[in-house]
Ligand binder design. Sequence first.
Ligand code: GUN
Length: 293
Amino acid sequence: MVTKIIDGKQIAEAIRQQLKKEVAELSTQHIIPGLGVILVGDDPASRSYVTAKEKACGEMGIYSRDHRLSSDTTEEELIELVNSLNIDPAIHGILVQLPLPAHIDEKKVLETIVPEKDVDGFSPINVGRMVLGQKTFLPCTPHGVLKLLEYSNILTEGKHVVIVGRSNIVGKPLANMLIQKSSSGNATVTVCHSRTRDIGAMTRQADIVIAAVGSPALITKDMVKEGAVVIDVGVNRVTDPSRKRGFRLCGDVDFDSLVGHVSHLTPVPGGVGPLTITMLLFNTIESAKAAGE
Ligand code: GUN
């Protein structure tokens, strides 16, 4: 079987070209979308995500304000900063990079972000709206996965989608989005996690497998039905002394073994990643539009 490798960069670029037009349109109304980004501590993966987000904002004409705080920042200081962004008219979206250091209560911080600026879609109000199928900011990575499927002409209606991973950032919202009564939903969804007895027995039944668990090359050929679609959300750093930086990025899927076996496959990097950032830009622009209404 010929496997189509889904090019996330190309799809992201097509969406970004569209978004650029919206930013230009907003500028005629003297509105510049603004994103406040907060990073606490110096986790290297988080640092590189945040840098990529800021670069993408710059390329799009979105104003990005960067707050890089030391790992000993207190919960009170962080909440004070979020509150100041909540009332700042130049800021339409607030992103607090997760995970936060252990001494900070993530739930408290996310609840502080006003729902109108919660461009990650992580606040309880926006999660509730999403589950109810109401208009809201959709979490960026699951939204990006839906866009990858849509641009690759892969329909979800009536399909059995097996998601591996139940995180608040990907697995849980994605399962909800896929069961919505909508053109990007209407799927039958199974969610596997660390207590699932036999993950392979589940994934083998899937028309679409989505891996979002953070375990390098967990999904192997024997776990996937021939001709299935496989979307790899995992971004794992694997030690590799042959690389200058000492590691390489590896997804949750054993990519090489699936080429020739499945119909569609996303690479890591260059699959879901570019879409995550694109959907963040999308949400920030939507927020700026709503603020200008
Ligand atoms: N950490 C990993 N993914 C994300 C994301 O989409 N948003 C935030 N805020 N933190 C993350």
